[in-house]
Design a protein around this ligand. Structure first.
Ligand code: 5GP
Ligand code: ZN
Length: 140
């Protein structure tokens, strides 16, 4: 646990929260600034700042839990769709630097989350980017 981390304190029950789900590894809570009705967060109990630091076993468990929660929340709230998203670093929109996954129930026409204007996929650029990623993957 990291001393000055608010999500460490919430995940480990030091600060009380409405808890939708809890097990040995995770606590699922409601977001304090919901973008839609029922917006929740999956918090690992261990501190990892972001996806780069995340333990692989926790990483494999987190999406299984996201599926379980999305299914239960969809039935409970009667939402029409669902977004699962996860921000990393300031440039990625992260504001609390303890890994978390957003569970966002969506309702027809709510406009809760929108991506920016779509760019254009340029063939040569894609080839160059593909090669760069493969180079890194193959070096591991
Ligand atoms: P991020 O932008 O880092 O992906 O998301 C941080 C989220 O945490 C935001 O949606 C924000 O509303 C929520 N949040 C920030 N502080 C607290 C808090 O103390 N309690 C809860 N439940 N949510 C918080
Ligand atoms: Zn933390």
């Amino acid at each position: 646990m990291k001393e000055d981390c608010i999500f460490c304190k919430i995940a480990n029950g030091i600060i009380p929260s409405y808890t939708l789900y809890e097990d040995d590894d995770f606590r699922v809570i409601f977001d304090l600034g919901p973008v839609s009705k029922g917006h929740a967060l999956i918090l690992p109990k261990e501190h990892y700042a972001n996806i780069y630091e995340l333990d692989e076993e926790i990483a494999s468990k987190v999406f299984v839990l996201a599926k379980k929660m999305a299914t239960a929340m969809t039935e409970a709230f009667g939402c029409d769709g669902f977004n699962i998203l996860q921000n990393n670093n300031e440039a990625g929109g992260q504001t609390v630097f303890h890994f978390h996954m957003h569970l966002v129930p969506r309702y027809e026409g709510d406009g809760a989350i929108k991506f920016g204007k779509a760019g254009e996929a340029v063939e040569e650029k894609l080839k160059e980017l593909e090669e760069k990623v493969k180079e890194v993957l193959n070096s591991k």
